[in-house]
Design a protein around this ligand. Structure first.
Ligand code: UDP
Ligand code: MG
Length: 321
């Protein structure tokens, strides 16, 4: 029977912690009764340097339910993505399969069973995908949509409308741990891991209590991080623009020379306008070119795994053995 760890990052979540713990313990109990997960499956709360009583509450829950509720206390606030990573990497060695979910219970715990079913069917990653965004504000909905569109334009593969509610098998987390990058955008990394994946759909609910820990500033920085960690396309755009302007400077030259010979210009204008267009283009092109190398250095520095071998068939394991 597979041991499940539910990883929950928490930052100033004192209002929702008990409710979350109760709901998730209910899910564990139900799945254990149905014999879908091992009896020693557990919840792992990660306290991301909360300033309120979150950690005390986690300790209380752990005392009351030592087997089901475990906790990790980070020394300071490192942000959702790192807190989640800390949780996943801690859970990796203690479980066979992990599910990450936010503390506010906006994601539907009822689909956890479906995720586990898909895991038993052989999936290594199961993405929770929001069916619609009725409960989000108009602003959040539109900005999120623009973000996914921009990501696609920049060539970053992500699962549309998937936040960080996700099942990962132990070997998927193991593979994920090889990605050492500091500019972390988990949603973009997961598709790189490979393996068989699937999605489950759910309706995103309102926060149980408290308010969003993702103010606009954090949201924008996550979005920028998402694009800049995966794509060097913006640099290529600069290079492209440089090429275009150099080409355009040829047209500008023709125009300037015609004006010069037809005699309708102030002295010095022709040489000036020619230099402006040509030099402007060459400069942009040069910056773009240097940028290409920097982009490559950036990708090299990340040191991402180049491949992930799933199976090898060798002479030793003859068919039917
Ligand atoms: N979170 C965290 N560290 C932070 C900010 C948020 O661990 O610095 C956690 C938070 O406790 C919650 C999850 O990340 O469990 C998602 O945050 P939230 O629900 O506030 O984001 P929203 O759903 O509004 O996008
Ligand atoms: Mg939330």
């Amino acid at each position: 029977m597979d041991k499940l760890a539910i990883v929950v990052p928490c930052y100033n979540e004192e209002e929702v912690l008990k409710t979350a713990s109760q709901a998730l313990r209910g899910v564990l109990k139900d799945l254990i009764c149905k014999q879908k997960i091992a009896e020693d499956s557990f919840i792992l709360f990660v306290n991301d340097g909360s300033k309120d009583r979150t950690w005390e509450l986690i300790e209380e829950e752990h005392r009351a339910f030592p087997r089901q509720v475990c906790g990790v206390k980070l020394a300071g606030n490192v942000g959702h993505q790192f807190a989640l990573t800390a949780g996943l990497l801690t859970a990796k060695d203690m479980s066979d399969v992990t599910i990450s979910i936010d503390a506010d219970l906006q994601d539907d715990v009822a689909v956890i069973e479906e995720m586990i079913d898909k895991f038993h069917d052989g999936c290594d990653i199961v993405y929770g995908v929001r069916r619609e965004r009725k409960t989000d504000t108009f602003f959040k909905r539109t900005t999120a949509l623009a973000f996914y569109k921009l990501m696609r334009l920049m060539g970053v593969k992500t699962v549309y409308n998937h936040a960080d509610f996700r099942l990962m098998s132990r070997r998927a987390v193991e593979e994920f741990s090889k990605y050492k990058e500091t500019n972390l955008f988990l949603r973009g990394l997961m598709p790189l891991i490979g393996y068989r994946t699937d999605v489950v759909y759910y309706d995103r609910k309102e926060r149980v209590a408290g308010e969003s820990k993702y103010p606009l500033k954090k949201m924008l920085s996550l979005a920028f991080n998402g694009i800049s960690s995966f794509s060097v396309k913006p640099i290529s755009l600069i290079l492209g623009m440089g090429v275009l302007i150099v080409l355009f400077s040829v047209l500008a030259a023709v125009y300037a020379l015609i004006s010069y010979f037809t005699g309708h210009v102030v002295q010095g204008w022709t040489s000036l306008i020619l230099s402006i267009w040509f030099l402007g283009g060459v400069q942009l092109l040069a910056i773009g070119l240097v940028g290409q190398y920097i982009g490559k250095i950036y990708m090299e520095v990340k040191g991402r795994p180049r491949y992930n071998i799933e199976t090898v068939l060798t002479a030793d394991d003859e068919g039917g053995a």
